[in-house]
Design a protein around this ligand. Sequence first.
Ligand code: ADP
Ligand code: MG
Length: 258
Amino acid sequence: MTDQTHDHSALLQLRNVSRHFGSFRALDEVSLTVRAGARHAIIGPNGAGKSTLFGLISGTLPVTAGSILLDGQDVTRLPVHRRVGLGVAATFQHSSLFLRESVLENVLLALLRRPGGGLGGLRRVAARPQAIAQAHALLDQVGLPTRHELAAAELSHGERRQLEVAVALATDPRLLLLDEPAAGMSPAETARLTALLAALPGEVTVLLVEHDLDMVFELADTVTVMHLGRHLMTGAPDEVRACAAVQSAYLGTTEVPS
Ligand code: ADP
Ligand code: MG
């Protein structure tokens, strides 16, 4: 399964990946390399295909064509839980928290590394003091050092996004996919989230979709611009900012509806 032409600095490689919905090409032959350790942002107007791309990478959505390699291994047809096992963790544009469970339980469930594995295993994990300590440490790391007993539903919007990051980190990811983590956040919440992401260890590669360009340019070392299902360009933040095609496709838009 290992690919001979694999670039060893690449953690993730997309090769001519397409996703069609009927005759509509949500993604059209997108190729992209994400370096191990990168802080890589994907930007582009609504409908560019960013969330669809994340679905293909995390495995929630099958590709129509093309291939996806993780560390040189073809994962194109692996189910979500197998990709999680290989270190792919995602927070989605629409929250996937267990709202009636407590903040702490949400992280404990994720420590099981089995999304959709149900609550049956929770008792087993919760019984282990070590798992509980780990969950508290993760909540500290994302800036939620208190309020662990509250139901997730009782958290503010910003706190929920912080909890989602803790849940994603609980699976010990090598690749963390964040789809618009700052959407709906106050400036203070966005600043806190940006600081938390900036402080993640280098072993965690971050692939971020975000409309907040201040956040993008603060965090990212690499920026990809997408437009109408196509890859427009990938480069250093300064190159992307300077590119005229990018400006007309995206950066000229001051207000981006979400
Ligand atoms: P972005 O996240 O960049 O805003 P999306 O990936 O959500 O874009 O969507 C890309 C395009 O694909 C949009 O035009 C959207 O309407 C379409 N699309 C996404 N999911 C579906 C689906 N399940 N069925 C049909 N069209 C879809
Ligand atoms: Mg989206």
